[in-house]
Design a protein around this ligand. Structure first.
Ligand code: SF4
Length: 325
């Protein structure tokens, strides 16, 4: 049915999660994006929450925010398109400042990043003098610039423990902070930011999945409330959840995270039954093939960060990347 265009061969990758009737809508954009990437010497970094046609058909590198940060730092392409939210594009620019970094939609934000400002961090420091500030990468460059070190959901425990102190301030995700506090003896002072996707899951949801899908294995993201993590079978970053499915191959699984994550893992595991509670991230979903194409055609929405912010923010991100584990 799909004889023409490079994209036709790509359909085989996603046929398990994209119905044939929807595919023609994507083909022209995919062919054009692949051509523009060659013309511009561009690469696309896509977060695990991107839709399957982006994640599987135009992305060069995929992963969680930690993996994308590491790959952005190494990228040799002239142009990096970040198929994710704004703070991810800023992190790519911080780590590879000589590249042109584009975000397909500048309004692709994050409820966590919006929950705290640089002035809030300065107030926290006044209130808890001498206590180091560990900042989740889901924050603006301005907030990172006020921080001692960054972390992701994949390395938060290692980062907190790397500092060799009895107490840290961990911002802005209250639930990530409480979930890490449950795994370490270090006292954690939290901020009241929440991810609008993960805060919606409840322990009652888990019981309902277990009742309606006997034997289902429940994996939760650490941005979920601690009582949800406590009832899950496993908690970890999107990379850790993906690796869990790869290694354990449960026959039935539910991922308590953003909807597209299940689709993208399911592409690799067509025989596993994914129960799909759908909590969409409206910010991640602002990124489409259409605006990736426009960003590359017009070279628009370039990320710039003033040097006075970029220097201390970069230091906080690089300190994180130097932590082993
Ligand atoms: S899923 Fe949550 S943490 Fe991730 S970008 Fe969306 S609002 Fe932010």
């Amino acid at each position: 049915m799909y004889q023409t265009g490079t994209s036709s061969a790509l359909y085989e990758r996603v046929r398990h999660v994209i119905p044939p009737i929807e595919w023609p809508v994507f083909e022209d954009d995919i062919d054009t994006i692949l051509r523009l990437k060659r013309q511009r010497n561009a690469i696309i970094l896509a977060h695990n929450y991107q839709t399957p046609e982006i994640f599987n058909c135009v992305a060069d590198i995929t992963g969680d925010s930690l993996a994308l940060a590491r790959e952005a730092m190494k990228a040799e392409a002239d142009v990096i398109v970040l198929a994710g939210v704004h703070f991810m594009a800023e992190t790519a620019k911080l780590l590879n400042p000589s590249r042109t970094v584009l975000i397909p939609d500048t309004d692709a934000g994050c409820s966590l990043a919006e929950s705290i400002t640089p002035a809030d961090v300065r107030l926290m420091r006044q209130r808890y003098p001498g206590v180091p500030v560990v900042t989740y990468v889901n924050t603006s460059a301005g907030v990172k610039a006020e921080s001692d070190i960054c972390c992701t959901s994949g390395n938060a425990k290692q980062v907190v423990e790397s500092l060799g102190v009895p107490e840290v301030i961990m911002i802005p995700d209250e639930y990530l902070a409480r979930n890490i506090a449950a795994q370490t003896n270090i006292k954690i002072i939290a901020w009241a930011g929440h991810c609008e996707v993960h805060e919606r899951f409840t322990p009652a949801d888990i019981r309902s999945f277990r009742d309606s899908h006997p034997g289902v294995v429940v994996l939760a993201h650490p941005e979920c409330p601690p009582e949800v993590v406590a009832e899950a079978d496993f908690a970890g970053s999107t990379a850790a959840m993906s690796a869990y499915v790869d290694s354990h191959r449960p026959s039935r699984v539910v991922l308590l995270t953003e909807c597209s994550m299940s689709d993208n893992v399911a592409v690799r595991h067509p025989t596993i039954e994914f129960v799909r509670p759908c909590n969409l991230c409206p910010h991640m979903k602002r990124i489409t093939l259409g605006n990736i194409r426009s960003a590359l055609e017009e070279m628009r929405n370039e990320i710039t960060i003033p040097e006075a912010v970029a220097v201390p923010a970069r230091r906080a991100v690089e300190r994180m990347l130097a932590v082993k584990g």
